[in-house]
Design a protein around this ligand. Structure first.
Ligand SMILES: [Zn+2]
Length: 404
């Protein structure tokens, strides 16, 4: 079956290209055409009028989520209180929420035990509604270290190598290591490293051996330095935190740019509000300044939210982009940061991230135009994952159609 979706415009996602009066043809789960309507061949298949007021674009990518956390005020307490059966159902619900936010690919940066494998397989089987999922299974951490309660403990280089192999055996898509402490774990200090370079290398080397990337959670500056030298592929948070205040290390930032390491800044849509809050405004200002500095030297960002942690819902990605807009990024850059560039960071750019013939039909339609207002990405009207309609809310935006 062949279907052609027609809309007022499409953001193709390769460079600056925006197509007016656009068409995207989908067949057998793949895109066979994306471009101006007049370029569709003589056999467009079924025609679906998405709407003149709609924008077609690649499905969004959230590069950092935790399906196992419930986004409440205390997700750790909740996680510790419930058993695996309940947790699985909650992870399934959270996966559905990602779809509702227009997210067709998500990277799960750590859950409890081997449950992420079950959710990923269930999504692929069609028993759970969710995005394409990339899983790390358990975050690798020290005994008592950040997120130790998920079960991924390793204290020596030898143990780091062993647990990486266990995860590879169980079917992880990438390895995730807590290179520093974190905010959510009692007794863990985010500004201190948890591993030295050699221990981190034990993980990255195992990943490289089988073509899997390593993602490093890093708040503290020393941990960032260790991770960069150990050859990680993405740095999460990248907060440049010290025991007191912040230290942006120019040499290390230069290496991040030079090595093409992606930074996932885990912005969540709170920045504008924090800038007004006397207790948080200094922190928010420094975070924005550090992001600007990294962008100015060519560090590539992959949009991600840390969805699931305290008060960060699974629909936070657009808010995170609004935060990034405060750095002066253009709206096209923001869209790419959550599509093509994120796909590159996650090593899935050959199959998703742009609207191009041959790629999987991960397609999103939103009412309005995100290039005029990034918040229009919240107007999720239609979501296709590999050509399958996962959500169709076009009727909710019919009023806007009438106004056009
Ligand atoms: Zn995280």
């Amino acid at each position: 079956m062949k279907t052609t979706y027609l809309a007022g415009r499409a953001i193709i996602g390769t460079g600056e290209r925006v197509v007016a009066d656009a068409a995207v043809t989908v067949e057998a789960g793949r895109i066979t055409y994306a471009g101006p309507r007049q370029g569709v061949g003589p056999e467009p298949g079924d025609l679906v009028q998405v709407g003149q007021h709609m924008t077609l674009l690649p499905g969004l990518i959230d590069s950092h989520v935790h399906l196992a956390f419930d986004a409440s005020a205390d997700p750790v307490a909740h996680l510790k209180a419930i058993g695996d059966e309940h947790l699985l159902l909650q992870m399934a619900m959270n996966a559905g929420r990602l779809i509702e936010a227009g997210i067709t690919t998500a990277r799960d940066c750590g859950g409890r035990g081997f449950l992420p494998v079950v959710i990923k397989e269930s999504i692929e089987l069609g028993t759970v509604r969710g995005p394409h999922l990339l899983i790390s299974i358990r975050p690798i951490t020290t005994t008592g270290g950040h997120c130790y309660f998920m079960g991924g403990r390793a204290d020596t280089a030898e143990e780091c190598r062993k647990i990486s192999r266990e995860h590879i055996e169980a079917g992880c898509d990438f390895l995730k290591v807590m290179a520093t402490g974190g905010m959510m774990t009692k007794g863990s200090a985010p500004w201190f490293p948890q591993y030295d370079r050699r221990e981190l290398e034990a993980i990255t080397n195992e990943g490289k051996r089988v073509g899997k990337k390593t993602s490093a959670h890093c708040h503290g500056t020393e941990g960032i330095v260790n991770a960069v030298h150990a050859g990680v592929d993405t740095i999460e948070h990248c907060s440049w935190l010290m025991p007191k205040g912040y230290l942006y290390d120019e040499d290390t930032a230069g290496l991040i740019a030079e090595k093409g390491i992606y930074v996932c800044p885990t912005t969540t849509g709170h920045m504008a509000q924090w800038l007004q809050d006397p207790a948080r405004s200094d922190m928010a200002r420094v975070r924005l300044e550090n992001l600007k500095k990294m962008l100015s030297i060519g560090v590539k960002l992959a949009a991600g939210t840390d969805a699931g942690i305290n008060n960060v819902g699974f629909d936070s990605l657009v808010g995170g982009l609004e935060d990034l807009e405060l750095t002066g990024m253009t709206r096209m850059q923001l869209v790419e940061c959550a599509t093509r560039q994120a796909a590159e960071a996650l090593d899935v750019d050959k199959r998703t991230g742009t609207l191009e013939a041959g790629k999987e039909a991960d397609v999103l339609a939103v009412a309005g135009n995100p290039l005029d207002r990034i918040g229009d990405l919240r107007n999720v009207a239609l979501v296709l994952r590999s050509g399958q309609v996962m959500l169709d809310r076009r009727h909710q935006f019919a009023t806007a159609a009438a106004a056009d």
